[in-house]
Design a protein around this ligand. Structure first.
Ligand code: ATP
Ligand code: MG
Length: 223
């Protein structure tokens, strides 16, 4: 089977993922604030605009047009981004339900769990987890049906001093066929670790830097 991938437009991430993210499945970039989740979402958006429209679901006002222009986006590109900004989990459900009828070449949900995290409590626990699973099942179905990549991003929380867990836990892990953990090492230096993939070795790592024009391979440093 030929596995088609969408390039990130940057060599360091494409080398890391053997060409980019896979069409037909959900790829999940997860990590703490500032680790690069939105930057990667924007890079894949820009790259995919060559093929057609992109649905960008922004649940935390992370989409910055200034940053989009810095990485090479043009004003006319913005017209091809179907931007949605749900402000509660119910709206997010509706937004995801509408995606089935759109003709898009990429779906981004940045992030899948921020509204979920805001609303989850002891009373609604079972119901809200069921709703999250339904959304991921819908995204997974659309990815397969339309043969397009879906990018989701995911916040994390600390389990102990050196262990983190994804918000949404097993539900998001199950539905994401590719899991990439992002870590902030220092200033603009980041580490990406492949945690799950259908055809690449788990544990593969790469260091990158967030720069003014996008993402680059981390420079070798002696000190
Ligand atoms: N022009 C730039 N040059 C260098 N670094 C930049 C530039 N623009 C943004 N950054 C860095 O990118 C980081 C933010 O990355 P990003 O928004 O992708 O993180 P995130 O994982 O989405 O975080 P959050 O969970 O808060 O949404 C910040 O550390 C910021 O300093
Ligand atoms: Mg972000």
């Amino acid at each position: 089977m030929l596995i088609e991938r969408l390039s990130s437009g940057t060599k360091v991430i494409d080398d890391f993922l053997n060409g980019g993210i896979e069409r037909g499945v959900i790829t999940n970039f997860y990590g703490p604030p500032g680790s690069g989740k939105t930057n990667l979402s924007l890079l894949f958006t820009l790259s995919s605009l060559k093929n057609g429209d992109v649905a960008y679901i922004d649940t935390e006002n992370g989409f910055s047009t200034e940053r989009f222009f810095q990485i090479g986006g043009k004003k006319e590109d913005l017209k091809k981004i179907l931007y949605e900004n749900p402000t509660n989990f119910k709206e997010q459900i509706k937004t995801i339900q509408k995606l089935r009828n759109l003709n898009v070449k990429l779906i981004v949900v940045d992030s899948i769990v921020s509204l979920y995290r805001l609303e989850i409590n002891k009373e609604n626990f079972t119901e809200i987890n069921r709703d999250l699973a339904k959304q991921l099942a819908a995204l997974s179905f659309i990815a397969k049906d339309k043969k397009i990549p879906v990018v989701i991003t995911n916040q994390v929380y600390s389990v102990n001093s050196d262990e983190i867990e994804l918000s949404g836990r097993d539900i998001v892990k199950y539905w994401s066929k590719c899991l990439v953990e992002l870590k902030k090492i220092e200033d603009n230096r980041r580490l990406a670790i492949l945690r799950k993939h259908r055809s690449l070795p788990e544990g593969r790592k790469v260091e990158f830097e967030i720069t003014n024009s996008g993402i680059e391979k981390a420079k070798f440093r002696i000190f």
